[in-house]
Write a protein that binds this ligand. Sequence first.
Ligand SMILES: [Zn+2]
Length: 318
Amino acid sequence: MVFDSHLDTPSELLRGRDLFSSRQDQQVDLSKMKKGGVHAAFFALYTPAETRADAATRHALEMAGAVSSFVRQAADSVAWAFTPQDVRKNLSEGRISILLGMENGSPIQESMELLEAFYALGVRYLTLTHNGDNALADSAAEGKRWGGLSPFGREVVARMNQLGMMVDLSHASDQTFWDCIDLSRSPIVATHSCCRALCGHRRNLTDDMLKALAEKDGYVGINFYPYFLVDDPQRRRPGVCEIVDHIDHAVSICGDQHVGIGTDFDGIEVTPEGMENIGCLPLVFDEMRHRGYTEKQISLIGGENLLSVFDRIVKCSE
Ligand SMILES: [Zn+2]
């Protein structure tokens, strides 16, 4: 199974991307998703840190509308999924599941009702921050405003636990990460993050963080952004091997049940060598096979682990 925990395609849809065309410069479109063997993907409603208040809410709603319009037009090939069961049902019917995530909590402003409204629209994870501290929490890029989660952010995490919404700590500051580990009663996820042991970027997770994530029965989706894969991508452009190096490392710390892929396609301006779009995904699985992963492990890491953590988070809410 192939289930990508992070695509930034909604931003492109809002800019007019036609997912029915298969232009070479598009990282994601329908034919490339099929070629990549993708069964399900989270489409992230990404709001830039500088877009605030009502403008942020409007931006997120417009992206949700753009995704909705795509799902309706592509009903032969794709279908909404709001629950793990939806993903399984769509899989059995041969349709690609589209799920909504939200990247950056700014569209909910400081309103629990807006959080509930986005959940009602189908949003199933919230990446608490992007590259800027917000009303919920500190980000990895700044990390100065609250010293981790804000008081409102703590309420949001508690409500997300009740709703069965995934708390996504990609982009969070280290202290926000540890606050959520302490506070959340459900597993937590990092939908598109790499390993700091292999690349020192502050967006990446330390071995202690990876261990804590696994102990909490959570999930990390390995990001394909060259700047998170190697320290100096201009000197050494990473490729498929470096992606699988991060998978290897995460598996060595977390075991094979807590690691997946969160490619970040459509959110990255440069791609690894040979991994220019989502249609190239099978090359990652080929490299894993070559390194001795079993077919079962490839299916776990390719997507089943993400579906399982979604299951566990929904069950924790009941
Ligand atoms: Zn991101």
